[in-house]
Design a protein around this ligand. Structure first.
Ligand code: ATP
Ligand code: MG
Length: 142
């Protein structure tokens, strides 16, 4: 477990870069945290580390955004509107498993644990002060 205290969007972005350095390239990352917590900001840090940072936005209306280069692919899901594993499967989740880094926003919506093993779970909590966040990264059995 790694815990960051963030006081700006840039801190959260940098926490994403911190994690990205430690990734092999085929992990599943599940975010927990309310609207505006900073899930996409953290994702932007991950993508930036792999020089894919410019394109990142919340795929709320598309369910999935893909950022890719010759070296690495990032599959960025936002499952705010997805309520079943079958719907996630329709969006291609299992096709992308082990093909790149999978990132899921709104993991609260599904039984994420049932999807695969070794999921990195990240919860981002808004604290009392406007820009403050607590970011907990749980590497599970890794
Ligand atoms: N410490 C912080 N870390 C991250 N974002 C912050 C922080 N403080 C303020 N913010 C602001 O909060 C917002 C975070 O937006 P972001 O899109 O990353 O959230 P999200 O968790 O992905 O939300 P959604 O569920 O709507 O997709 C931004 O407007 C950002 O400027
Ligand atoms: Mg988002």
């Amino acid at each position: 477990m790694k815990i960051f205290k963030s006081t700006s969007e840039n801190d959260t972005f940098n926490a994403g870069k911190w994690l990205a350095k430690r990734l092999k390239g085929s992990e599943v990352i599940a975010f927990y945290g309310e609207m505006g917590a900073g899930k996409t900001a953290f994702t932007r840090g991950i993508a930036d580390f792999f020089d894919l940072g410019n394109e990142v936005c919340s795929p709320t209306f598309s369910i999935l955004n893909v950022y890719a280069s010759n070296n690495i692919s990032i599959y960025h899901f936002d499952i705010y509107r997805i309520k079943t594993i079958a719907d996630l499967e329709s969006a291609g989740f299992f096709d992308y498993l082990n093909k790149g880094i999978i990132i899921i926003e709104w993991s609260e919506n599904l039984d994420i644990e049932s999807l695969c093993n070794n999921i990195i779970k990240i919860s981002i909590k808004k604290l009392e002060n406007f820009n403050e966040r607590e970011i907990k990264i749980d590497f599970g059995s890794n």
